[in-house]
Every structure is written in C-alpha cells, then in structure tokens.
Design a protein around this ligand. Structure first.
Ligand SMILES: COCCCN1C=C(N)c2cc(S(N)(=O)=O)sc2S1(=O)=O
Ligand SMILES: [Zn+2]
Length: 227
C-alpha cells in the first residue's frame, strides 16, 4: 500500500493539518481505547532540527509502543516535538471548530509490526501514527518541564480522540500518517511557551513559529471515539 505523493487520479490528497469540525465528526463505536506504553528510559537525546526540536527515542525494539484505538498494528515510539506560533494566539497545527491553540505536541510512532524500519514505514499509507496533543495557556506544566521522564503522564485518564488519515505537516509531507488527536488539551504557561521561541535555526535565527497552514479535508471523514 504505497503512499500517494500527489493528487493522482486514484487518490485524493490527504494532507495535514485540518480544522476538526466536531459536529461533522462521526462517532465510531468500533474505535477501541488507545493502548500507550512508554518506557522513559528509551529517551535518547534532544536535537534541534532547524524548524523545531525533536526528543528522540531508542526505537530498536518495541519498548515504547502505541496500539489499539484506530490502529490495526502496533507502532513504535520514534520522537516527539512541538509546533508553536509567534504569539499565544495561535501556533497549533490542528484547529478545533476554527479555534486555534497556542501550541501542539506531536508524538511520532512507526508501524514496526509491518515494516522493518522507520524510513521504510514512511513510504506506506499506514506507516506512521502521530498523537497530537493541543496545548492551552494555563498553569505551568511540571510534566512539560521534564517531559522526557514523564512521557507516561501525558496519557490522560479519559483518552477520547478524533482520528483521520493525513500526512506529515513538514516536508516531505508524505501521506503516511494516521492522526490521533486527543480531545483533552494539556496546559503550558506562557513563560514555558516563550522558551520555544528562543530556539534558533542553523542560521541562528529565532524559530518564532513552525505551524503549517490548514489543508483541505477533501472527502475525508474524521471519526470520534466518543459520542
Ligand atoms: C520520508 O522521511 C521523512 C522523515 C519523517 N520525519 C520528517 C518530518 N518532516 C516529520 C513531520 C512530522 S509531523 N509534524 O507531521 O508530526 S513527524 C516527521 S519525521 O518523522 O521526523
Ligand atoms: Zn509535528
């Protein structure tokens, strides 16, 4: 099942991010709860990739995995990163009923049940699964402060979510992602968020924003795990 890299006749584009119009989301009773099992000891390093920073994980074995939910395979944790804006008014990539959030966390996993490597998985339409978590301004979030050791706590008790088929939101925009967007936002303080804007790219310019504009939903259906 290859990736449609362009809007060829047999497949409409499935680009991300999108505006989740909650009243159009369809409840799917077959959607199971997410199974998230993270071993914080698999965290490897934080790396500035120019447009954001990635916290990378040892993905040489299935020690940190995501399964169930809308997924039919188990997916291995690869990295997580954030998207933000020049102010607290916007910065998230996904938007909910037209409402932007100040930032968004992406937890990236690849289908280690079907593919032999992350690179191979990105070439297939079911290759990646990314959990999107919206961030809203509120109390300083101790978990975000040392998220590496507490990734496990990012899991909210009631993990209701929206899911749809989409793409990477940064180049090469491969259409290989099953998006799982949690319906409960977590908090971050404005001061914590300001630290993100202090990151610099390879030209030593501040990374003031790194969120992609909304993409057309086309004929896609967004499913909800709850009514
Ligand atoms: C073909 O190989 C591409 C390598 C894949 N990656 C590159 C991205 N641009 C990217 C974007 C991601 S996002 N913002 O959609 O979660 S995750 C991710 S990534 O997994 O780190
Ligand atoms: Zn991302």
């Amino acid at each position: 099942m290859g990736v449609c890299t362009s809007s060829t006749a047999q497949c409409l584009p499935r680009q991300s991010p999108i505006d989740i119009q909650t009243r159009r989301a369809k409840y799917d009773s077959s959607l199971k709860p997410l199974f998230i099992q993270y071993d914080p000891n698999t965290s490897k390093r934080i790396i500035n990739v120019g447009h954001c920073f990635n916290v990378e994980f040892d993905d040489s074995s299935d020690r940190s995995v995501l399964s169930e939910g809308p997924l039919t395979s188990h997916y291995r944790l690869r990295q997580f990163h954030f998207h933000w804006g020049t102010s607290d008014r916007d910065g998230s990539e996904h938007v909910i009923d037209g409402q932007t959030y100040p930032a968004e966390l992406h937890i990236v996993h690849w289908n280690s049940q079907r593919y032999s490597s992350f690179e191979e998985a990105t070439k297939h339409s079911d290759g990646l699964a990314v959990i999107g978590v919206l961030l809203k301004i509120g109390e300083p979030n101790p978990v975000l402060q040392n998220i590496i050791d507490n990734l496990d706590k990012v899991k909210t008790k009631e993990r209701t979510y929206w899911t749809y088929l989409g793409s990477l939101t940064t180049s090469p925009y491969s259409e290989c992602v099953t998006w799982v967007l949690l319906q409960e936002a977590i908090t971050i303080s404005s001061e914590q968020l300001q630290h993100f804007r202090g990151l610099q790219n390879e030209d030593e310019e501040f990374i003031l924003e790194n969120h992609r504009p909304l993409q057309p939903i086309e004929k896609r259906l967004v499913k909800s795990s709850c009514k």
